[in-house]
Write a protein that binds this ligand. Sequence first.
Ligand code: CA
Length: 285
Amino acid sequence: MMTCRLTGLVTLLLLLAAGPVLAAERSVTIGFGIVAGAAPVDCATPAAALGRPAVAAGLRDGRFYVHDLALIDAAGKAWPVMLDETLWQHDGVALIDAEDATGACREGTPETNTRVTGRVDDGAGAGPWRLAFTLGVPQRLNHTATDLAPPPLDLAAMGWGWQAGRKYVKLELVPEGGVARPDGGRAGTWFLHLGATGCTGNPVTGEIVSCDRPNRPGVVTAPFDPARARVVLDLAVLFAATDLARDQGGAVGCMSAPDDADCAAVFERLGLAGGVATAFRVVEK
Ligand code: CA
């Protein structure tokens, strides 16, 4: 009898120590990356020829935010991935960072991050799953000062002067021979800075910011097993209809201005033109 009581007491204490009773969860790690077709993209080596017409282009910066991750099971049910709190993840947002501050990436950070970690309800089953996620920083966290925000929202390099928002995607490429501008000038870097535009409201004075073009595409991948495959942003697809050696006006490349002709092709491939985000795909690890 005493043994039973003690066992019961120990069980109760263990339950109390574990906190509220939760459904069983498991850890999940989802790999991300940036590639150019079959080739990895990093700061040390020129990327494979990119764009149309193709030009050899090296990486100068390659970072993007993701949030609202979920595993979609075979029945179509979404199982949210609850992200761990780390230096790369905060409040459901993660930063993927493919640059390491070497070579042309010297304005970057030495650390890199190519995975998202979190927990998912055991009900998600054994997979394979589609991964659903949203590119960028959610509205509720976007319009804050980088010097007051916790990591990974504290990077000045990912801040965007526009209404204290963030660059959701910061992808900067250095094409061999440079970038010709419509005015006859030349630039060294082709920029893709994706972020919200058409925003009103001053976050500094506490006003709620709203943006005509949130520019946060939703992505749903092909089915995959996170243990064997990862999700990559494929620059060969993203720039398949872009001439990286020639800017068509506005910012050099695309800084999300609605009237910048260089944005249409990349926005389409990021899923911002009503279609599927073809630039993200699943590859074996
Ligand atoms: Ca442009």
